[in-house]
Design a protein around this ligand. Structure first.
Ligand SMILES: [Zn+2]
Length: 478
């Protein structure tokens, strides 16, 4: 049994002016792919896994057309060489936006289908923040998406999709996919599965799996910061019975629609100055403040200095800000060396829409792992410690801090560019605050510029009716 494995995985805010290029992606090929984090389950007796190409990037702006086309061409070439195949497994995110193209996943998956032909089952795993289209559904036999946000079931979801594929090949019974759109577009920060009502809706999905004719039931929140026609929430169900799968998709869609007014932010959330007032009077620590609109893991640029400027204006003492993407500032720090004092311009290095901070800083530490793009500098401005990164990246894991000799637990205020906190930071937040800052992934959803989305969609529109209506994949309609 031969199963080929590959895909492309990122999330793109169409509000970001910072396009993604090839060097923003981690590209896995050959044995590196099969041994990589999350993919190491691809090892089962009697199955030959054929690694193709998997490209993954930290979320950001739209992907350069040439970058996407180059990845796609290599993926298809490897797929062609891998023939004949019994199955194809695609590890996708679902929210890529490519320059000048709608529905890049639809393009990728359709192209893969053309190569493998109609007889080869294709399974895809998705992030629940992906935007699905009929074109995508039409080419798939199997679909599974994360059921947690923050995402702690990445590997589990991949295993679900892959296991259904293996079962299909072993039994010869090919399943199909039904889906039902829901005209709701909410940010991940309001739909965390740690909080109600998302928590209950997601906890109920396994009960759908257990029904006759259903294999795997999913709710896609979709990606709200992509102004594109396909942007929508939807229920997607893999099953062996068309009617049962359609009915399940419609029921899940209805549950989400009926709950739409009940979604809200998990932590205490408000304007930046209000959150800093709360942080200033906090008697516990560390207060972890999320700069939500500049969160790189949601597609934010990550280069904004708004919170830093607010802290300096307040003459704040004892804060750690991690991090701000600013390659020129990092290079200036490296040129000056550890211990140097210098004037520094921090922020707005990628997106000129924000205002930088002009500061006098002391270089505390330089981190150089070899590549200029991975360099980091830790600087101090008054009582504020700031991590500067040469590339766009989050600081969401304890190891990100430990590597720099920093202890996020020991500070009074930790500022991170994040929406809901990561699984490693959430448990130490005492308390967690979320600031409604400015940026390309801001939380003012009802007022997002919307030129290309299909309307009506809640909460951009209100007061319209909706009746769930499932559609089958083209392969299941045949
Ligand atoms: Zn996600």
């Amino acid at each position: 049994m031969r199963i080929a494995v590959g895909g492309i995985h990122t999330e793109c805010s169409t509000y970001s002016p910072v396009l993604m290029a090839g060097e923003d992606f981690r590209v896995l090929r050959d044995a590196d792919l099969l041994g990589a984090e999350y993919f190491d389950f691809l090892d089962a007796a009697g199955i030959e896994h054929v690694p193709l190409l998997h490209a993954r990037a930290v979320p950001g702006g739209p992907v350069l057309r040439s970058t996407y086309e180059a990845f796609k061409a290599e993926f298809l070439e490897r797929l062609q060489v891998a023939l004949p195949l019994d199955g194809l497994y695609l590890a996708m995110h679902g929210a890529i936006n490519v320059e000048g193209m709608d529905d890049a996943e639809g393009d990728w998956i359709s192209a893969a289908r053309t190569v493998v032909g109609p007889g080869c089952p294709i399974a895809a795993s998705y992030d629940l923040h992906g935007n699905v289209s009929q074109r995508i559904i039409d080419q798939l036999d199997i679909f599974a998406a994360y059921r947690t946000a923050p995402h702690i079931d990445v590997r589990e979801t991949m295993v679900r999709a892959w296991s259904m594929l293996v079962e299909t090949l072993r039994t010869g019974n090919r399943p199909g996919v039904a889906w039902a759109k829901v005209p709701v577009l909410l940010p991940g920060e309001c739909t965390s599965t740690e909080d109600e009502p998302a928590r209950s809706i997601y906890l109920n999905l396994p009960a759908f799996d257990a029904k006759p004719g259903i294999l795997d039931a999913n709710l896609m929140i979709g990606y709200v910061w992509a102004d594109e026609p396909r942007a929508t929430a939807c229920a997607v169900v893999t099953g062996t019975d068309r009617q049962a799968a359609s009915k399940a998709a419609e029921e899940i869609a209805r549950q989400y629609w009926n709950a739409r007014e009940n979604f809200g932010f998990g932590p205490v959330t408000g304007p930046l100055e209000e959150m800093l007032d709360i942080a200033a009077s906090a008697t516990t620590s560390p207060v972890i403040l999320a700069d939500s609109a500049d969160n790189p893991t949601g597609g934010g640029v990550g280069d904004r200095a708004d919170v830093l400027r607010a802290l300096i204006a307040r003459n704040w003492h004892s804060a750690l800000l991690a991090g701000i993407t600013d390659r020129p500032a990092v290079e200036v720090c490296f040129a000056a060396g550890e211990g140097a004092s210098l004037t520094l311009r921090i922020g707005a290095s990628l997106d000129p829409a924000s205002v930088p901070a002009e500061v006098t800083a002391k270089v505390l530490r330089l981190d150089d792992s070899g590549a200029a793009a991975d360099r980091q500098a830790v600087v101090e401005v008054g009582g504020i410690t700031i991590v500067l990164a040469a590339r766009r990246r989050p600081y969401h894991n304890i190891e990100d801090f430990r590597r720099l000799g920093l202890d996020p637990k020991s500070v009074r205020l930790l500022v991170v560019k994040s929406g809901y906190l990561s699984p490693e930071l959430a448990p130490i937040a005492n308390p967690n605050l979320m600031a409604l800052t400015d940026g390309v992934v801001n939380q003012d959803i009802a007022n997002l510029a919307s030129h290309r989305r299909i309307r009506p969609v809640f909460p951009l529109d209100r007061g319209f009716d909706y009746v769930p209506a499932a559609t089958l994949s083209a392969r299941w309609r045949e």
